[in-house]
Ligand binder design. Structure first.
Ligand code: SF4
Length: 107
């Protein structure tokens, strides 16, 4: 293999390898995932709501004053997004303004 052919082969291999990493990441973008419904059986069991302000603080397990999905340790995705993935509900996005009984403070 000539030096030029070898260099071209290495360049194409690098592009192909990069493509393997880009495609899965694109599939998991929050904008492409369905929103979690509060009526979902698992969501209902966790008392999930899309509006944390509707939750009586006296009924929460954790005493932290400000609790919503945006400041939960289990939320994923980007700060500022209205809907974000959550480790408890894989394959769905939750409302950043929402809440569920699993809420935990960020470290
Ligand atoms: Fe929201 Fe946290 Fe419950 Fe997920 S675990 S739904 S981010 S409060």
């Amino acid at each position: 293999m000539s030096k030029i052919a070898r260099r071209k082969f290495i360049q194409l291999s690098a592009v192909a390898a990069a493509g393997c990493f880009v495609a899965p990441a694109r599939q998991s973008q929050a904008g492409e995932l369905p929103r979690l419904s509060p009526d979902d059986a698992m969501a209902a069991a966790m008392k999930y709501t899309e509006d944390a302000s509707t939750v009586d603080p006296a009924t929460r397990n954790n005493p932290a004053e400000v609790q919503d999905c945006a400041n939960c340790a289990l939320v994923q995705g980007n700060d500022g997004d209205a809907w974000r993935p959550c480790q408890i509900f894989p394959g769905k996005v939750v409302a950043a303004a929402g809440w569920c009984s699993v809420w935990a403070p960020k470290a």
